[in-house]
Ligand binder design. Structure first.
Ligand SMILES: Cc1cc2nc3c(=O)[nH]c(=O)nc-3n(C[C@H](O)[C@H](O)[C@H](O)COP(=O)(O)OP(=O)(O)OC[C@H]3O[C@@H](n4cnc5c(N)ncnc54)[C@H](O)[C@@H]3O)c2cc1C
Length: 475
């Protein structure tokens, strides 16, 4: 058994994604002894950048944006000299035509045709009138979208795309999630923006420009790793297997590397591992109803297929959204439009995202099949010719998105209530809290968890803080 540090100023951090690394960075700078445990051979989790034969790409283009000045400064200070400004230009493929995304009314009006456009507006007005009399809150994504955008917009855009992303019917996706995710965005605001270019500072979904590390989003995690390593350690290639506790305190975790197992102890623990995994790793095990609640929370997985092309550039877009059912991937991006340095001179790549459930036909398909299918569809869309393809790569990303099925909040609350008893365990992060966190939220939750370790009094009496962290503390 390995004792970490002689005093109590030490923390073990489970998971080396942005959340765990941000926590480790803050604690290291405050003189804490820190050990970050990461199962992957590199840090960064979902926001790492893959480097492959001279090409670099994120697991789905990652844009950093925040309305929180503290988090903005955190990243600016960390990334001095590495950030470039990228203009956002995105398209969406609807009914075999590319539209600007977010939709611009004039463009949509002619694209959809006069009749459909009038139906969109009529539906929207109808729902607004209905809303005056019917105050019942929406339960599912379907209810929410119809209430806010009208039935026609739901059928044309939201239904197909959401069902492709989530893999379940819109009536089973919780409105709780969508309310947070599309926070502040309504048809009225979208229309106003298109005509009057109103300020979009507070609508993250519509932001026109953003900062991006020249060598890919993974550089943020790499920088955090470098800073932590100045005085502490990040153990990559190390898997957390079990979490031992007694008297409402975590005593140690069992970790493994190929052919070797060890126990790591510490005074405080921060976990950004999937909430459902943490529950299953506890020894002694939680009661059956808690294990059952954990087994009912699901994640959506992702398969990324990258196609390298022997040409300088294929598109001029940041993201291209593809709701169409007959095309198997849902989104693509071209990393060289984010930074020239993402590919060797004169070459580029297209990165496609297939939303999937581990074990389904997409997940189980061979790399060769996935590449063949991707190239065929990219040819059909007019982006490339097969003979231009100079390399390819397939990356399977488990647990990319928490799946917000109706009722998920109740299950999460049961798990939070159970985990609250562990005074020295702090739960943070996207999969950790089972929340739709972007990178700024992940960083925020890591910082807040570190502050809880350092004994900073939280603004709230609740154990789940504003930053979305479950803080372990006495009382
Ligand atoms: C396709 C896609 C596109 C996105 N685009 C954007 C974007 O444009 N802008 C934005 O702000 N955000 C974006 N996000 C969200 C962003 O990626 C996340 O918010 C952020 O990376 C979450 O960080 P995290 O540390 O909380 O979680 P994770 O990155 O999931 O980190 C958890 C870490 O724990 C490790 N781990 C798991 N199990 C174990 C174990 N048993 N032992 C040891 N280690 C373990 C994992 O390997 C991982 O490194 C996107 C996400 C996806 C999936």
């Amino acid at each position: 058994m390995e004792a970490l540090f002689p005093n109590n100023k030490c923390a073990v951090i489970l998971g080396g994604g942005l959340t765990g690394l941000s926590a480790g960075y803050v604690l290291s700078r405050s003189g804490y002894g820190v050990k970050v445990i990461e199962r992957d051979d590199v840090v960064g989790g979902l926001s790492k950048t893959i480097v492959y034969n001279g090409f670099r790409f994120d697991l789905g283009g990652h844009r950093f944006f925040t309305t929180d000045a503290r988090l903005n400064d955190f990243v600016l200070e960390l990334m001095v000299g590495e950030l470039i400004t990228v203009s956002r230009a995105s398209k969406i493929l609807l009914r075999n035509r590319f539209f600007d995304y977010p939709l611009r009314p004039a463009n949509a009006f002619f694209g959809f045709g006069t009749l459909t456009s009038l139906r969109i507006l009529a539906d929207f007005c109808l729902e607004k009138c209905r809303g005056v009399f019917n105050k019942a809150s929406a339960v599912s994504l379907e209810d929410w979208v119809i209430k806010n955008f009208g039935r026609t917009m739901f059928d044309i855009y939201f239904k197909v795309y959401s069902e492709k992303v989530w893999g379940i019917d819109c009536s089973r996706i919780s409105s709780e999630w969508v309310d947070r995710r599309i926070n502040g965005l309504s048809l009225a605001k979208t229309v106003k923006n298109a005509f009057f270019r109103m300020s979009v500072k507070n609508i993250p979904t519509l932001v026109d420009e953003f900062l991006y590390p020249e060598l890919g989003i993974g550089r943020i995690s790499d920088r955090l790793h470098e800073e932590i390593s100045l005085c502490n350690s990040v153990l990559t290639g190390t898997m957390v297997e079990a979490i031992h506790h007694s008297n409402s305190l975590i005593e140690g975790i069992v970790v493994s590397t190929p052919g070797h197992a060890d126990v790591v102890t510490g005074a405080q623990f921060i976990s950004s591992l999937p909430l459902t995994h943490i529950i299953r790793m506890l020894r002694p095990a939680p009661p059956a109803h808690i294990l059952d609640a954990a087994s009912r929370l699901r994640f959506r997985d992702l398969v990324v297929v990258g196609i390298m092309v022997d040409r300088k550039r294929v598109t001029d877009q940041t993201w291209i959204y593809i709701p169409e059912k007959n095309i198997p991937f849902g989104r693509l991006h071209e990393p060289t439009n984010w930074s020239e340095k993402m590919a060797p001179e004169g070459k580029t790549m297209l990165v496609t995202e297939y939303f999937s459930f581990k074990g389904d036909s997409i997940w189980a398909a061979s790399d060769e099949e996935l590449v063949k299918t991707t190239v065929r569809h990219l040819e059909r869309l007019g982006f490339i010719s097969g003979h231009e393809v100079c390399d390819r790569i397939v990356v399977r990303v488990p647990k990319a998105y928490p799946l917000f099925e109706v009722g998920y909040e109740g299950l999460c609350n049961q798990l939070y209530a159970y985990l609250e008893r562990f005074a020295n365990l702090h739960i943070a992060g996207r999969s950790g809290m089972f929340r739709y966190y972007n990178m700024d939220h992940a960083i925020d939750s890591g910082i807040t968890a570190a502050e809880a370790v350092m004994g900073k009094k939280m603004d709230t009496e609740e154990k789940v803080t504003e930053a979305g962290v479950l803080v372990g503390c006495e009382g």
